[in-house]
Design a protein around this ligand. Structure first.
Ligand SMILES: Cc1cc2nc3c(=O)[nH]c(=O)nc-3n(C[C@H](O)[C@H](O)[C@H](O)COP(=O)(O)OP(=O)(O)OC[C@H]3O[C@@H](n4cnc5c(N)ncnc54)[C@H](O)[C@@H]3O)c2cc1C
Length: 393
């Protein structure tokens, strides 16, 4: 494992650090403190874009810096270091943008890439359905061709930020008589089209991070299709790969940090052995996560593709996040039961990390098959037309 930056990586880090140290405090004093509203996050994003840091992982010709995974991880680390990892349009920058760049038409790129970069478009991901999450290729939303348009009907769920989104990336089935992965098409949907109904889902923490989206006779121009009909799964694989990468390279914001737990513990306890033991456990996990990240980066530096390491990292983030949040609310004593932005907020949110971006069980399946060499899961519907599978119901 290589712990050191190469000369070029050290240059990227120094440049990022200098820019953040100059720009973040200025923006912060104009815009107040966390938690940030969408408009504040948009304004920070515009400051980033002005500094050419709007989407540094995008190719230079599309307004990015052409950062690979190692530089992106350095950038994420530097943002986390100063507390500037403010989320804005994660689906747009992390998933829709890279997918359009890889598979979109020139017209789609002209229409959306610059607008996204300038903070003018928020995007959502319309993939999951009540009957299709882990087994995404079993989705049932239908798209029928009608001249130069498609008519879409179905229901999506868990669509993050759909209530604020201007556009959505949509997976729909155009041919139920093909095997499940082959009958899919991928579209860009204008969220203001008649027939798109967004119903926010209120969570236990009072926030409405995601929504159900009902699509009733929604007309989508064929010009909004990405890839050929039948290419939907291949295009979605690009989106999902970028989704995993954006979770993997931004570990900073997902967990309640050890330093803050230690502060709470010091202010409230005489650091008895039990508290110290629990703190040590969280500290150890945080360090292990850091090493896991570095292990992945070392592999990428050697030009190798990490496979199951991403699943191990995702499991480790979810477990650390749960343990840190639980310890935090314990340390707060009765105050832990009151609403608050600190560990209480993390406590109410941490479960979602065990589900979104691939559940714990799915990550374990990947580890079982690719690391432990256990037999692959049975796939009784392999090769069958979707219409003849049980999920088609
Ligand atoms: C915070 C958050 C944000 C999200 N944002 C979006 C979004 O913007 N757009 C979007 O489309 N979706 C989004 N999702 C949905 C997410 O992708 C799905 O929740 C996830 O894929 C799991 O699917 P599911 O909820 O349908 O659970 P299911 O797939 O039904 O799983 C139910 C349970 O069965 C287990 N299970 C399923 N299959 C297997 C298997 N083969 N082996 C062992 N166990 C299995 C699972 O681990 C789980 O415990 C989001 C989810 C979260 C939590």
């Amino acid at each position: 494992m290589d712990f050191n930056d190469s000369a070029e990586e050290a240059r990227v880090r120094a440049e990022a650090r200098a820019w953040l140290e100059e720009s973040f405090p200025v923006w912060r004093s104009e815009n107040g403190d966390p938690p940030y509203t969408t408009e504040q996050a948009r304004s920070w994003h515009r400051a980033l874009a002005a500094g050419d840091y709007g989407a540094p992982h995008w190719p230079v010709e599309y307004g990015g810096r052409g950062y690979g995974p190692v530089e992106s991880a350095i950038w994420a680390e530097e943002k986390a270091r100063v507390g500037a990892n403010i989320v804005f349009n994660m689906v747009g920058f992390g998933m829709a943008g890279p997918t359009i760049i890889a598979h979109g038409t020139e017209e789609q790129k002209q229409r959306h890439i610059r607008a996204m970069l300038n903070g003018n478009e928020i995007w959502c991901q319309l993939f999951s359905e009540p009957g299709a999450g882990s087994d995404l290729a079993s989705l049932a939303t239908r798209a029928f061709r009608d001249g130069d348009e498609w008519i879409v009907n179905g229901q999506k769920v868990w669509s993050s930020q759909a209530d604020e989104a201007d556009y959505g990336i949509l997976l729909a089935r155009f041919d139920p008589d093909k095997p499940k992965h082959e009958g899919l098409a991928y579209f860009i949907v204008d969220m203001h089209t008649p027939g798109v109904e967004v119903r926010p889902l209120r969570q236990i923490d009072g926030d409405a991070h995601f929504s159900e989206v009902f699509l009733s006779d929604v007309r989508v121009p064929d010009a909004n299709r990405i890839g050929e009909p039948g290419d939907g799964w291949r295009v979605a694989t690009t989106t999902l790969m970028h989704e995993r990468m954006s979770i993997g390279t931004s570990t900073g914001g997902y967990t309640f940090p050890f330093v803050k737990l230690a502060e709470i513990a010091r202010s409230r306890y005489a650091l008895d052995p039990v508290v110290r033991d629990n703190l040590a456990r969280v500290y150890t996990q945080e360090r292990i996560l850091d090493f896991l990240n570095k292990r992945i980066l070392s592999k990428l530096r050697r030009g190798e593709i990490p496979t199951a390491e991403g699943s191990i990292l995702k499991l480790a983030i979810a477990n650390l996040s749960s343990d840190a949040a639980l310890l935090g609310v314990h340390l707060l004593g009765p105050d832990g039961a009151l609403a608050g932005e600190g560990p209480q907020q993390h406590f109410l949110w941490e479960r979602s990390l065990h589900i979104g971006g691939g559940t714990d069980e799915i990550q374990r399946n990947v580890i079982a098959e690719r690391v432990l060499g256990l037999p692959r899961e049975a796939r009784p519907d392999k090769g069958l037309p979707f219409s003849q599978t049980r999920t088609a119901g």
